[in-house]
Design a binder for this molecule. Sequence first.
Ligand code: G3P
Ligand code: CA
Length: 328
Amino acid sequence: MKAFSLAAVCLSALFIAGCGGSDNDAAPAQPQVIAHRGASGYLPEHTLGGYELAIRMGADFIEPDLQITKDGALVAIHDDTLNRTTNVATLFAQRNGGYKVSDFTLAEIKTLTVVPTSTGKTSYPGFTPSAASPFTVPTFQEVVDFAKKQSNAVGREVGIYPEAKQADPVMEDGILKTLAANGYNANSKIYIQSFSDATLRSLRTKQIAQNNKMPLVLLGVATAAADGTPRMGVTGATGVQMLALKDVAAFNEGVGVLINNTTYPVTKAFIDQAHAAGLKVHGWTFAQTDAALAAAEFRKYLDMGMDGMFANYPDLAVTARNAYVQGK
Ligand code: G3P
Ligand code: CA
């Protein structure tokens, strides 16, 4: 959590990661740093300003959570309501607390300012955002455009990791259509994620029909059957449903699992079995603010074989990942 140094971070990123490589290339990939909601520990979450800081800190992926507006646009925002992360209650006080994203048009949402949450602030030392409106709610297309622009600026491919926050065909079609229109395919630096296995099964069916199988990631918890066999736990209306990892691999390229949970601990056995099934394993959410404690936490999961980390403080994740790779 030190003052930002663009030159140092870019040099580090180029030396460690190479230039323009993809996590889906044939060459073995190093563990990936996924900027969770952007550099959300430092700047307002899901904003171009926050994504840019994460990229400048060396993140491999930016992570837009997606919701659907009243007029059908996909926008990057975590909640299905606007009040936690924007000034909607001030600008639309007459709505009297009804702040669902799906009740607002894109034009209305574009008038809002995204505000910091938790440890976030409105600025970061030494960092000036390049976007004209760095702290408004971006559309998914704007995030894609920004990732491409930033890839050129930093000389490496910035991946995107969109999450379908609604189990809705409009969401599925919007994600696939936007990505295909922008040239993304199975070899791109892209993961599409969801907590809904039904959404991912539907996405895979549509991808097969479109001959464009961009990688999918099922989110949930690491769990185990009664005999100890690792299972993927997916939360549904009836509680946690356990799926065999080989069955998850039939329609996904990876799993994203909750870390630091005593009921559902991520184990080396789980990661080994996932790898044996052909699945990447990514963990969420690395949110430790203390640099030394964060380094130990990253190391713990990297030593187990984790392939990617969703991190609120991408600089701490990049530092830990680079130390890990260099020490191997
Ligand atoms: O997508 C992985 C992680 O971001 C899930 O948590 O609630 O921040 O989307 P959430
Ligand atoms: Ca997410």
